[in-house]
Design a protein around this ligand. Structure first.
Ligand code: NI
Length: 146
């Protein structure tokens, strides 16, 4: 495993729409392992592939309840709204209040290509929306309410 450089604000990579991940091989596993290590080293709760310079649709999340790997994630339903403080490893030291759903259900694949569904509320819902936004070139600053 290796710690990768995190792309920072101002880099065009953060604004690109990522392509689907179609192969579930050792290379994907290595990148995911590196992303998890990089996320923990940076003390973050989530990291998306474009943040390590890879324009593919996958991300990792750990809000303190164990790591979740999401490949080709799609939000299938949302409920409610939360207004909470949010930051991003690509915008070090910056925070703001964003509008996010209170509850969200996401369908995705794991590193073997198997389908699964995850439902998150509160912080997990926020993290899921934040990381999936990255895959479409959207950053939390686009969701600021103040
Ligand atoms: Ni982020």
């Amino acid at each position: 495993m290796a710690i990768r450089n995190i792309v920072k604000d101002g880099d065009d990579i953060l604004r690109k729409v990522c392509r689907s991940q179609l192969t579930f091989d050792d290379r994907l596993a290595t990148i995911l392992d590196d992303m998890i290590e990089t996320m923990y080293a940076a003390d973050g709760v989530g990291l998306a592939a474009p943040q390590v310079g890879i324009l593919r649709r996958y991300c990792v999340i750990d809000i303190g309840e164990g790591v979740i790997e999401l490949i080709n994630p799609v939000i299938v339903s949302t409920e409610g709204e939360q207004l909470e403080q949010e930051g991003c490893l690509s915008f070090p030291g910056e925070y703001g209040i964003t509008s996010r759903p209170e509850k969200v259900t996401v369908r995705a694949q794991n590193r073997k290509g198997e389908n699964f569904t995850v439902t998150g509320e509160g912080l997990l819902a926020r993290a899921l929306c934040h990381e999936i936004d990255h895959l479409d070139g959207i950053v939390y600053k686009d969701r600021l309410v103040k």
